[in-house]
Design a protein around this ligand. Structure first.
Ligand code: FMN
Length: 212
């Protein structure tokens, strides 16, 4: 079996973290880097990644996160927060960055920039946020796989009140909205009801539709 598939089988949505263990900084950096390298539509990267370590703040997040203990017992808590809108300024920010990194200005690229501004303006704020949230989930997937590679446990979570989290983290002021959180850490030696249960997935025959 490939290493990737082994690691995908190893990972699980950890229910109980060992609160005494901290994930080394270099592992955290590689997980963040995987999220940063994730592809996004038009390369806009329309989201931010917050890394929350402050214990008091995590207690407050737990209170608006269905009291899920992983939020406080983990080593680092990732918050994926999507742009609340994809504005012309934000689109310019990414296109200007691409020009600076590549050291070129390409006429086709510039007309694509203008077209994209028109598309997002017509789409409207809510649809643009939803599109941004979908991009954030691609990075979340990359982070989960990277965590598994590092043998760091991770739990993707939507079980929290996003409006309350936005308020707590001041995301509104940053023109962001929270979409998902991911505690990172190490599974506890005991006390996790899920740790030893078999992974459940639909069989391939029921999952893949072959179109020949
Ligand atoms: C978007 C999303 C939201 C989730 N929210 C929670 C959550 O709030 N709390 C939790 O313990 N698990 C949460 N999970 C974990 C899933 O229940 C879990 O990934 C799924 O049952 C598959 O099991 P496995 O990850 O252990 O293989 C979430 C997973 C995803 C992908």
């Amino acid at each position: 079996m490939s290493i990737l598939i082994d690691k995908m089988n190893w990972r699980y949505a950890t229910k109980k973290f060992d609160a005494a263990r901290t994930v080394p900084a270099e592992k955290i950096e590689r997980i963040l880097e995987a999220a940063r390298l994730a592809p996004t539509s038009s390369g806009l990267q329309p989201f931010q990644l917050l890394v929350v370590t402050n214990p008091a703040l995590r207690e407050r997040i737990k209170a608006i996160g269905y009291d899920q203990q992983q939020i406080v017992d983990c080593s680092h808590l990732l918050v994926f927060a999507a742009w609340d809108d994809t504005t012309p300024e934000r689109i310019d920010g990414m296109f200007d960055l691409a020009n600076a990194v590549r050291g070129t200005v390409n006429p086709n690229w510039e007309s694509y920039r203008d077209m994209l501004k028109g598309i997002y303006a017509a789409r409207g704020t809510q649809a643009s946020f939803e599109a941004a949230a979908r991009q954030a989930y691609i990075a979340l997937g990359a982070a989960l796989i990277a965590a598994a590679f590092e043998e760091v446990d991770a739990t993707p979570m939507e079980g929290f009140d996003p409006a309350a989290l936005d308020q707590l983290l001041g995301l509104h002021e940053r023109h962001l909205r929270s979409v998902a959180i991911v505690p990172l850490g190490y599974r506890a030696a005991e006390g996790d009801w899920l740790a030893n249960l078999k992974k459940v997935r639909r069989p391939r025959a029921d999952f893949v539709i072959e179109v020949n």
